[in-house]
Design a protein around this ligand. Structure first.
Ligand code: TXA
Ligand code: MG
Length: 341
């Protein structure tokens, strides 16, 4: 069922009742839509894995609305972790911590760690509070496809397979939360997001970037964050990332689109790449923030338009650029063109 806007208190009471009864509710967060269930109910959590077709070794993030719940779900929370929570919660930052026994092992895919986040989205917070339980929620998409940034995306992936979808409009950031592993001596950034390395280092000092962050999913071998090893974010169309000096990339993309008789879309940041063939689509974003916000919905919309291949012009890794490139390289499944003279 789709719960249309505006989302009233009584509607949210009903959603909270579904969560408490062991059902699945998709809800908006400031990053992407989540597919939620009671994190402490193993049977409810198993429904998330089944609905998404998610491998059992890929753990879920638990969403909380009160700082004190972190102590219930995790143990040995360090001073650095507490600083991050105080600075960035509620917001798009997930901390991987030592797990407490209360969390069923299915939620954390049998790991001894647990991923926690306090979302900033008002509907998400109200749903968690009204449910009275922490909510485990991966992105509300079928495993492997681009994450959902609108209720319509969730509906198109799951239809009637889940109990309820709450429509809270388009999400604010458009990319999933930053994930940082706080269980090692020097924290490790496992997934880049809207909260950047720079912002984190200003609060807790040096952190490491996991070595696979800018790898494509065909090459990933380390499984610190199990989700990193799977094909991810990929549209049905073949996605190719072009990397190199701006003029060289433009030239190569124009040439490749010219010689191809497929339906092609070109995606870039800044100046639009002008294509002479009117049947080919060229999309450009004004800023990295806009690119992050609209990337997944653009990939989904190009699939709806039955595009065969999407050529994306790579961007620099500063700020949210790292998160954008991380998602693009994973979605490319190794289809990367390096443009050198
Ligand atoms: O923004 C977000 O984080 C969204 C919204 C709904 O909150 N959720 C989300 O969940 O992106 P999901 O399941 O699509 O991605 C969670 C990532 C996966 O890569 C998973 O492997 C990692 O977090 N993760 C979860 N628990 C972990 C743990 N205990 N240790 C290491 N990585 C973990
Ligand atoms: Mg996901």
């Amino acid at each position: 069922m789709l719960m249309k806007k505006p989302v009233s208190h009584s509607k949210l009471d009903h959603a909270a009742w579904i969560i408490r009864s062991g059902g699945l509710v998709a809800f908006p967060t400031e990053t992407v839509y989540g597919l939620g269930a009671n994190a402490l109910d193993a049977k409810a959590v198993s429904k998330i894995f089944a609905a998404k077709g998610r491998p059992a070794d890929n753990p879920l993030i638990i969403h909380i609305a009160n700082l004190s719940d972190a102590n219930l779900l995790a143990k040995n929370i360090s001073l650095k972790s507490q600083k991050l929570m105080k600075t960035f919660w509620p917001g798009p930052l997930t901390l991987v911590l030592k797990k407490n026994k209360i969390v069923p092992s299915i939620t954390c895919a049998n790991l001894d760690s647990v991923a926690l986040r306090m979302p900033e989205n008002k509907i998400a917070l109200a749903l968690i509070r009204k449910s009275g339980v922490p909510i485990a929620a991966p992105s509300a998409n079928i495993s492997g496809s681009p994450s959902p940034t609108t209720a319509k995306h969730v509906l198109s992936d799951f239809g009637k397979k889940i109990d309820l979808i709450i429509d809270g409009g388009s999400t604010k950031h458009g990319l999933e939360s930053t994930v940082i592993d706080m269980t090692s001596k020097i924290p490790v950034l496992l997934r880049p997001g809207a909260i950047t390395q720079n912002q984190i280092e200003k609060v807790i000092g040096k952190i490491f970037l996991h070595k696979s962050l800018l790898g494509s999913s065909d090459k990933l071998n380390s499984i610190k964050s199990p989700g990193m090893k799977y094909r991810h974010y990929a549209p049905k169309a073949k996605l190719i990332v072009y990397i190199g000096k701006s003029e060289l990339v433009d030239k190569k993309i124009i040439n490749d689109s010219l010689v191809s008789n497929q339906k092609i879309a070109v995606v870039s940041l800044g100046k639009k790449i002008v294509l002479s063939n009117k049947n080919k689509i060229s999309i450009s974003f004004k800023s990295k923030t806009e690119m992050a916000k609209k990337l997944f919905s653009t990939l989904r919309s190009l699939d709806d338009q039955k595009v065969d291949s999407i050529f994306v012009k790579g961007i620099d890794n500063s700020g949210i650029g790292l998160a954008i490139m991380n998602r693009l390289l994973r979605a490319s499944c190794g289809n990367i063109v390096y443009c050198r003279k």
